[in-house]
Design a protein around this ligand. Structure first.
Ligand SMILES: [Zn+2]
Length: 54
C-alpha cells in the first residue's frame, strides 16, 4: 500500500492500494492538506510506499 503525506506537517493525505498519479490524488483533496491547510504543489508532498501487512 502507499501513502501520500503532507510535506509540511507530515499528516497522511491519501492512502490506498491503487497507485494513482499523484496529481489525481491531490485533486481529491483539492490540493490541500486537511490538517494544516497547506496548499500542496507537486513538490510539497511525499509519497511513501509501504509493504502490505497481512
Ligand atoms: Zn499538512
Amino acid at each position: 500500500m502507499f501513502e501520500i503525506t503532507c510535506g509540511k506537517c507530515g499528516a497522511p493525505i491519501y492512502s490506498g492500494v491503487d497507485l494513482k498519479p499523484a496529481k489525481d490524488m491531490l485533486k481529491l483533496v483539492s490540493n490541500r492538506c486537511k490538517k494544516c491547510g497547506a496548499l500542496l504543489s507537486d513538490q510539497d508532498f511525499i509519497v511513501e510506499v509501504k509493504p502490505l501487512q497481512t
